[in-house]
Design a binder for this molecule. Structure first.
Ligand code: SF4
Ligand code: SF4
Length: 354
């Protein structure tokens, strides 16, 4: 488990366990859930449709042997069922919002009954924007429920009547891989439910989603030129686990995601000029487009790298990058190359010649 997340989760559980710190625990939990949800938002915002049904770890053991869209579906169907059918005893967001139709799902269950190829087939059918809208609504609704829960309710337990209600809802499949969920949830008090479906379950699946998207990005980069249009090296980029390169449709460079058509202005411009990258452009030094906007603290470093490629070529550029990464610890190239493109170029040249 992500060390930071594990630490946060542990602290939240300790705070929730004492009446004097309970409210603080709930506030932290909601904050933590928002933080984790941001990862889902970023994934939704950046990747092509096929990324959501592909299963790069289909044969592995663990939460990561699923698809991205199945993971989102599963986290929020479980949360919706537990929060509304079990705890609040009211209608699920899924029903109120007509989400089965909007998402286009053939099932209303948690999805635990699906295995291997069935998960991929199921995932292909889902409308990702509607699924995201559903997930967001469930998250906000549960946050509200959490805010209104009192410490005195933490020990609330569930009965056979609750089990019958869950069974009759049809939201848990009778398949042996799913039916155990009803006994599992009903054996817990509210504190136990907060611990699993509302926090730990998120952590496990969102971490698995991170592994899936890392692998998809890595796969997308295979056989692709790893020098970005602007002159950065995708291979050495601190965003490499999120972005599959601007030469693929896994491009989540911030300048692409912020553009209306999700295309980085530097990529568009290079394509219009029919050149391989900004390093082939005579306007490079004065350019203010995309990554090269003046208020970007990485502009000078990016230009320095493009200028280096123009002078010495990509092979030399990648070698210099390897050397720099061996000698220094840094995430963004501006930490090494500074804020002046000519000085940045000299730093790269010195490294190359030594
Ligand atoms: S952000 Fe740019 S340099 Fe980094 S991986 Fe994406 S395209 Fe490549
Ligand atoms: S004008 Fe700017 S963005 Fe366009 S190719 Fe030249 S350097 Fe790149």
């Amino acid at each position: 488990m992500d060390k930071e997340w594990a630490k946060k989760n542990k602290r939240i559980q300790v705070l929730l366990g004492r009446e004097s710190t309970y409210k603080e625990g709930i506030e932290l939990l909601i904050e933590f859930r928002k933080l984790m949800f941001e990862q889902i938002s970023q994934i939704i915002n950046g990747y092509p449709d096929r990324a959501f049904y592909q299963m790069p770890f289909a044969n592995a053991k663990g939460y990561h042997n699923k698809s991205l869209s199945y993971s989102i579906w599963h986290i929020f169907r479980i949360e919706d069922i537990v929060a509304h059918t079990l705890i609040k005893k009211d209608e699920q967001i899924f029903v109120i919002g007509d989400y089965q139709r909007k998402i286009g799902s053939p099932i209303i269950t948690t999805g635990n009954e699906l295995q291997g190829q069935e998960i991929e087939e199921f995932s292909k059918k889902l409308n990702i924007s509607a699924l995201y809208e559903y997930a967001r609504e469930v998250m906000l609704s549960t946050n509200l429920i959490l805010s209104n829960l009192e410490y005195s309710q933490m020990k609330t337990r569930y009965s056979d009547e609750d089990k019958v209600r869950l069974t009759e809802s049809g939201c848990v499949s009778s398949n042996e891989n799913a039916i155990w969920l009803i006994d599992y949830w009903c054996a817990k008090d509210i504190f136990g439910l907060i611990k699993m479906p509302f926090s730990r379950h998120w952590i496990m699946h969102i971490e698995a989603m991170r592994r899936i998207k890392n692998k998809l990005c890595k796969n997308a980069r295979k056989g692709v030129d790893i020098v970005a249009y602007c002159g950065l090296s995708c291979y050495h980029c601190f965003l490499g686990e999120w972005c599959g390169s601007c030469r693929t449709d896994y491009n989540v460079c911030s300048f692409a995601t912020e553009s209306e058509d999700k295309r980085c202005p530097n990529v568009v411009c290079c394509m219009e000029k029919n050149i391989d990258g900004c390093y082939e452009c005579s306007e490079l030094e004065d350019c203010k487009k995309g990554f090269f906007i003046p208020n970007n603290d990485g502009t000078a470093a990016a230009k320095a790298q493009a200028m280096f490629i123009r002078k010495y070529g990509k092979k030399a550029f990648l070698e210099v990058h390897d050397k720099l990464h061996e000698r220094f610890y840094f995430a963004k190239t501006q930490e090494i190359l500074g804020q002046d493109m000519h000085e940045g170029l000299s730093i790269l040249e010195n490294e190359y010649n030594n």
